[in-house]
Design a protein around this ligand. Structure first.
Ligand SMILES: *[C@@H]1O[C@H](CO)[C@@H](O)[C@H](O)[C@H]1NC(C)=O
Ligand SMILES: *[C@@H]1O[C@H](CO)[C@@H](O)[C@H](O)[C@H]1NC(C)=O
Ligand SMILES: *[C@@H]1O[C@H](CO)[C@@H](O)[C@H](O)[C@H]1NC(C)=O
Ligand SMILES: *[C@@H]1O[C@H](CO)[C@@H](O)[C@H](O)[C@H]1NC(C)=O
Ligand SMILES: *[C@@H]1O[C@H](CO)[C@@H](O)[C@H](O)[C@H]1NC(C)=O
Ligand SMILES: *[C@@H]1O[C@H](CO)[C@@H](O)[C@H](O)[C@H]1NC(C)=O
Ligand SMILES: *[C@@H]1O[C@H](CO)[C@@H](O)[C@H](O)[C@H]1NC(C)=O
Ligand SMILES: *[C@@H]1O[C@H](CO)[C@@H](O)[C@H](O)[C@H]1NC(C)=O
Ligand SMILES: *[C@@H]1O[C@H](CO)[C@@H](O)[C@H](O)[C@H]1NC(C)=O
Ligand SMILES: *[C@@H]1O[C@H](CO)[C@@H](O)[C@H](O)[C@H]1NC(C)=O
Length: 426
């Protein structure tokens, strides 16, 4: 129901020849408790409930303390303006007990945002501070440090459509910064992420992961982190990554994929353009599980089906790459059996991938390390216009291959290492 006074105002506005976009919107200013001991979660949820549909939710330039999970999945035509900082608590036991299911790989999250026509603006200052230092220290003391059950992502975009996030900053995310699942037509622009730990080195702090999502644009991201800079997982299609600066992480990843036995998953139509890498392991890499199932997700799995197809990676600049610029490993097998299993039996196929125009410096002599499956060899792979130099100015010129059919733009110079890997090379 639209109150009649608003209708009158709208009619008057039109009559006078102007339309003030937000004029008739309900606005809610979130009131923070200004203390770590006061959980602002309920106040934030209250504001979203009142103004999350056809309204505006405003975070003031102050720190909001979030001590509890938030699931805001029903937004509709809303402007969310974040001028301050949301800071998450470090009660690790609380989060392990209460973080919410993401819906893939038994991953979990602290904050879910979903809905349609959602516009979030951080104006370059709005910040999500995951307070990850405590998590980074704590995870080092655990046995399974990779995907610890209940360790939350900072933010999950779930069932989010026709939406945009601009100018938001993320500091020291608890685990992955952003998971994007069942989401379509979303623009993520001018996002700054710094997951560098102050005391312990951060691990498993991906910049973003896409799952069951399509038409997602990542533009102008700056990511300092300790894992995949951005990773495209199961059923990610029509994804664009452009104008980004990625530091210290592993580079842009496809996968891991093929983790769920007999499930058919694809990654298709990916465009990556104009990326600056600084001290990353790779520029671009692909990791698939083998055909042998070993345990279950999050840390075990294998035996999945599907393909990666239609990837164009162009105009890359690298400084101090730590490994092969372009890597494929079809031998991911985290848990249980690191020494056994067959690295060339994956049924997941890698096809139609083109990498063109990559220059800069590297610490590795390898331009490419392509460990493909014998059952489903890599086909239609192009690598062209590469000008990578080592510190002594020698050109990096090795292209190591296994099961690569008719490479284009390059010649394989040797055999690739074949062995278990979660990071692209062994
Ligand atoms: C976590 O859950 C367990 C089991 O339900 C309970 O015993 C424990 O008190 C909870 N811890 C916290 C910090 O909530
Ligand atoms: C989040 O809330 C929505 C709607 O209320 C619900 O359907 C969904 O199951 C919730 N998600 C989680 C992980 O609790
Ligand atoms: C992962 O979640 C599924 C349910 O979605 C559950 O059956 C399974 O036990 C979980 N695995 C682990 C290792 O927690
Ligand atoms: C990881 O460790 C936790 C705590 O020890 C345990 O409950 C969980 O089952 C482990 N998960 C895997 C996949 O190893
Ligand atoms: C890119 O994002 C940064 C924040 O990381 C911002 O300062 C800069 O203005 C953005 N550039 C453009 C062209 O929008
Ligand atoms: C990232 O965070 C680390 C740790 O606080 C800090 O030393 C570094 O300067 C930050 N980097 C940027 C680009 O803000
Ligand atoms: C993933 O995509 C494949 C191919 O389009 C489809 O068969 C499969 O059902 C999708 N999986 C999920 C969980 O949506
Ligand atoms: C190659 O990429 C760089 C950016 O890294 C760009 O400046 C240059 O124009 C590109 N060259 C061509 C031929 O497209
Ligand atoms: C691995 O699997 C492939 C495909 O089934 C087979 O050709 C190869 O002999 C196997 N290798 C080993 C070491 O078992
Ligand atoms: C340059 O460094 C590489 C890697 O350390 C080494 O293999 C190569 O021999 C060096 N070349 C020269 C000319 O010193």
């Amino acid at each position: 129901m639209v109150p009649s006074s608003f209708v009158i105002v709208a009619i008057l506005a039109c009559a006078f020849g102007f339309v003030e976009a937000n004029y008739h919107r309900k606005s809610c200013v979130v009131k923070g408790g200004q203390s770590k001991d006061i959980d602002d979660g309920p106040a934030i949820l209250h504001a979203f409930k009142k103004c999350g549909q056809h309204g505006r939710v405003l975070f003031e330039p102050q720190t909001y303390y979030v001590n509890s999970v938030m699931n805001v999945s029903w937004l509709k035509d809303v402007d969310i303006e974040i001028h301050g900082t949301l800071e998450w608590s470090t009660d690790i036991m609380y989060w392990l007990n209460n973080s919410m299911e993401v819906g893939y790989q038994n991953q979990s999250t602290a904050f879910i945002i979903g809905g349609d026509d959602v516009r979030i603006n951080g104006f370059g200052t709005g910040t999500f501070n995951g307070n990850g230092d405590d998590w980074y220290k704590w995870i080092r003391q655990q046995k399974n440090t990779s995907n610890y059950p209940g360790r939350p992502h900072a933010l999950t975009l779930s069932h989010l459509t026709n939406s945009a996030i601009h100018g938001l900053r993320f500091l020291r995310s608890q685990m992955w910064t952003m998971s994007i699942i069942h989401s379509h037509n979303v623009v993520l622009d001018s996002i700054f992420i710094n997951n560098t730990g102050n005391s312990a080195q951060s691990s498993n702090t991906d910049g973003a992961d896409t799952i069951y999502s399509s038409h997602i644009i990542f533009n102008n991201w700056t990511v300092y982190n300790g894992d995949d800079s951005i990773s495209l997982k199961a059923n990610s299609t029509d994804i664009t990554i452009s104008n980004c600066k990625l530091s210290n992480g592993l580079g842009i990843a496809i996968g891991s994929i093929g983790q769920y036995k007999d499930q058919f998953e694809t990654v298709e139509r990916v465009s990556i353009n104009n990326i600056d890498y600084e001290n990353t392991l790779h520029a671009f890499y692909v990791k698939t599980w083998t055909d042998d199932q070993n345990g279950y997700p999050p840390n075990g799995g294998g035996g999945g089906l599907g393909y990666l197809s239609g990837v164009k990676v162009t105009n890359l600049k690298a400084t101090g790459l730590r490994g092969a610029a372009f890597a494929v490993s079809q031998c991911t097998r985290f848990s249980g059996a690191p020494g056994v299993g067959n690295c060339t039996n994956s049924q997941f196929q890698i096809e139609n991938v083109a990498i063109e125009n990559l220059s800069g410096t590297t610490q590795s002599t390898r331009v490419a390390s392509l460990q493909c499956s014998a059952v489903a060899p890599c086909t239609d792979i192009t690598i062209a216009d590469v000008d990578l130099h080592l510190a002594n100015n020698t050109e990096a010129n090795s292209y190591l291959c296994g099961n690569v059919m008719s490479p284009t733009g390059f010649t394989c110079t040797g055999d690739v290492c074949v062995g278990g890997s979660a990071t692209g090379e062994c």
